[in-house]
Write a protein that binds this ligand. Structure first.
Ligand code: ADP
Ligand code: MG
Length: 357
């Protein structure tokens, strides 16, 4: 598949403050890349520069190899072949649904009407053509905005938090049907979100952003399971941190020794583990301190609090070895009484090792 959108080293300053710094990314046709990061990290500014409504200080932006922005080149938004969807759908209130969807279309009336009909069908709004935006639910308005943005067959679809104005209950369904339509239309999609779950659900590629930079880029599986640093790990879920000191490529902890090759001798090391990979050891017999065993040595903690969240239960332990708190997540219902002492283990193949910050 060919690279459709290519962004190379764009930087943007506002009043001397760097908001987007040397940012590069690419999106292939038919693929969804999620630009994921906390509020204020520069996601919208990046999207706006690609759309052409904001001008980078430096860098280069190409679509299908043609320069949109670069030294001496700055095409206006309407010449870039991009579609835009923002959080507040921004439908034209005085136009009907069909009028909104057909707004950006040129050419023969019959051709336009056919394209509008085709898109309304795709977003499941056939029969809504004569209604006005105020007669529609939030989810329906979102679908009109999607159809309108896709109508002129944009090569690149830019979406800025397009689901955040929607009712939580409807969101997953709308995300999935939006994804189906986007894939069918085959545009390269760059979707901005601050919600890791949304990125995991929608993205072929996640570009994780922090302080104006992309800190990690890859398939959702890789970004989740091989985070580049502690903050990248913590962006996707709560994390537990066990600190030790590296010695001869091993780090001793209350959970046994961890293989920590590449860490500086004598340096503090953080072993990071997500709650679902910190296991309660219901069968402690016969386990020794084997540094390479997947589940290592158990350590004992006392239940502080247990909560049932529906799909899983969260259990907080105060650890006997130093009084720190670790959290496990157990599928289904598991609600031990506070004060219960249990043994915990860390799955060696599920922990991340970072130099302590
Ligand atoms: P995000 O979409 O990730 O929440 P933005 O790209 O909207 O972040 O903003 C990044 C930073 O740039 C914020 O601190 C914001 O206040 C600042 N910013 C955005 N646009 C402007 C502007 N036109 N002038 C000055 N500062 C801006
Ligand atoms: Mg934003």
């Amino acid at each position: 598949m060919n690279t459709r959108l290519m962004v190379e080293g764009i930087t943007r300053r506002f009043g001397g403050r760097v908001v987007v710094q040397d940012l590069s990314l690419s999106v292939k046709a038919g693929q969804v890349t999620c630009l994921l990061g906390p509020s204020g990290c520069g996601k919208s500014t990046t999207l706006r520069m690609i759309a052409g409504v904001e001008t980078p200080d430096t860098g280069r932006i190409t679509i299908d190899g043609a320069e949109m922005f670069g030294p001496g080149v700055n095409l206006p938004p309407e010449a870039r072949g991009v579609g835009l969807i923002f959080q507040d759908f921004a439908l034209f209130p005085h136009l009907t649904v069909a009028g909104n969807v057909g707004f950006g279309l040129s050419g023969d009336r019959g051709v336009r009407a056919r394209r509008v009909g085709e898109l309304l069908e795709k977003v499941n709004l056939s029969g809504f053509g004569d209604k006005h935006p105020h007669e529609l639910s939030g989810g329906e308005q979102q679908r009109v905005a999607l159809a309108r943005a896709l109508a002129p067959r944009p090569r690149v679809m830019l979406m800025d938090e397009p689901f955040s104005g929607l009712d939580n209950r409807l969101r997953d369904g709308i995300r999935d049907s939006t994804l189906d339509v986007l894939k069918e239309e085959g545009a390269a999609v760059l979707l901005v979100t601050h919600e890791p779950d949304e990125a995991m659900r929608m993205a072929d590629q996640i570009a994780l952003m922090r302080d104006g930079r992309i800190v990690q880029q890859g398939a959702p599986y890789n970004v989740y399971n091989a985070p580049v640093d502690k903050a990248a790990a913590a962006f996707f879920s709560d994390i537990n941190v066990i600190r030790g000191v590296s010695k001869g490529a091993l780090t001793d902890t209350p959970f046994g020794a961890f293989l920590t090759p590449g860490q500086v001798d004598g340096a503090a090391v953080d072993i990071v583990i997500r709650p679902q990979h910190l296991k309660i050891d219901f069968d402690r017999a016969g386990r020794g301190p084997n540094p390479t065993a997947v589940e290592g040595t158990p350590a004992r903690g006392v239940v502080q609090r247990a909560r049932y969240l529906g799909r899983e239960s969260l259990v907080e332990f105060r650890m006997e070895y130093d009084g720190s708190v670790l959290t496990t997540s157990v599928p289904g219902v598991f609600l031990p009484k506070p004060g219960t002492a249990l043994w915990l283990m860390i799955r060696r193949d599920r922990c991340f090792v970072f130099p302590a910050a």
